[in-house]
Design a binder for this molecule. Structure first.
Ligand code: AMP
Length: 390
């Protein structure tokens, strides 16, 4: 099936037109700086060079309009559209074929992810108007985590407040974690029951998956919680927010911006949010960069321990996303923290795992199989479109 996969962020839109069976990508590209004064449009076809142009995208609808017009000139008939939706709220424990009701629910839960859901809903509406005959499928970052038990997802706040504002752990990166489980299971079969999935990119989260079911995850009500990330602080004492507002005079917006955009690896390294820059700094002995890496691995290890405990053990660990797939030193540092559990990494395998598809990097005799599995959320979304329109 030829599926257009649309992945919109707060000011970006990435797209891929792909065959959900063969995984062939016919065209792909991106819109940058949506809602800002000078936008950028990039488009590539059939593995060719990406053509980049200046553009103006006042809103998400104008961005998808440009994409659809561009794709109309590609000699491939679109048969369905899959949309990554950041927040499915309390409604969706699976992807959904878009109807008026589904669209209304995406908007109803939008206050939980206002920078994402409104734009994503606008894109769906535009696609439905432009191609009324095509099915649209919403694939939620949160739905994989809806299988968590109340003990894992409930926040110990007053019940009336929780219920009124729908406060609970929703998690994120669900499509990526679901992909990790699918591939690990395909490759390891009965040896894979309790999987710790480590999605380590600019955004980062861990997920405890038992026989395909999410038991717990590190992101919470929003993607700010959990691990220390590129620019997000991850878990800190929540009273820090009140303290900054009370004593520092920071507004809600300033704290939000600080914790989402100016914290994490960027704040500790004082150089960059990009692991490659921090690695270069650490190699030159920069103490802030060394601390940033040590903290990253330490916090990941601590929270991974919690994930493992929630499954009462682990037999498989997978690494994915920009840092998880590419940075073998982070993988080594993380795995060394679990030597007490019998985790052993083969240094040669670990160093050569980059860019070669799914690879086992654990050593013979390791109590846990450790793998690098490059994520493919677009493929997962395309497969959901196929499944829900069959
Ligand atoms: P993602 O959000 O999955 O695209 O991951 C982005 C992050 O991956 C970047 O901020 C980099 O820190 C990291 N990254 C990408 N490539 C490499 C690499 N070759 N080595 C180390 N880190 C990398």
């Amino acid at each position: 099936m030829n599926v257009l996969v649309v992945n919109a962020g707060s000011s970006t839109l990435k797209y891929q037109l792909m065959d959900s069976d063969t995984r062939e990508v016919f065209a792909k590209g991106n819109c940058e700086r949506i809602g800002q004064d000078r936008g950028i449009f990039g488009h590539a076809e059939f593995g060719g060079e990406k053509v980049v142009e200046d553009a103006l995208f006042p809103d998400h609808a104008s961005a998808i309009d440009r994409v659809l017009k561009c794709l109309a000139t590609v000699d491939v008939k679109i048969e369905g559209i899959g949309h990554r939706i950041v927040q499915g709220g309390w409604y969706f424990d699976d992807s959904a074929l878009v109807t008026e009701d589904v669209l209304a629910k995406i908007l109803e839960v939008a206050p939980l992810a206002p920078l994402h859901n409104y734009g994503e809903a606008a894109i769906i509406e535009h696609c439905m108007a432009a191609y009324p005959e095509l099915p649209n499928v919403a694939v939620f970052d949160t739905s994989f985590h809806m299988s968590m038990a109340p003990v894992a997802y409930t926040y110990p706040l007053p019940r009336a407040v929780r219920e009124k504002y729908h406060i609970r752990k929703y998690g994120a990166h669900g499509t990526s974690h679901r992909y990790e489980w699918m591939v690990a299971k395909q490759l390891l079969g009965d040896d894979c029951h309790r999987l710790l999935s480590c999605h380590l990119g600019n955004g980062a989260s861990l997920c405890a998956i038992e026989d395909g079911v999410c038991r717990d995850t590190t992101m919470g009500l929003t993607p700010l919680d959990g691990l220390m990330m590129g620019t997000r602080c991850g878990s800190i004492d929540p009273a820090t927010v009140c303290y900054l507002q009370r004593e520092g005079g920071y507004t809600y917006d300033e704290v939000d911006e600080m914790m989402n955009k100016r914290s994490g690896l960027l704040a500790v390294s004082q150089i960059s949010s990009d692991a490659r820059d921090i690695r270069a700094g650490a190699d030159e002995g920069d103490e802030n960069c060394l601390l940033a890496f040590d903290m990253y691995a330490y916090k990941a290890m601590q929270q991974a321990s919690a994930m493992i405990a929630s499954m009462a053990g682990v037999d498989t660990i997978t690494f994915t996303a920009g840092i998880g797939e590419n940075d073998w030193t982070i993988r080594r540092a993380f795995c060394h923290c679990f030597e007490w559990l019998g985790v052993r990494v083969d240094d040669v395998r670990n160093q050569h795992a980059v860019g070669r598809g799914p690879q086992v990097i654990s050593a013979a005799g390791s109590s846990v199989t450790v793998m690098v599995i490059p994520t493919d959320e677009e493929y997962m979304i395309a497969k959901d479109v196929e499944r829900l329109t069959a």
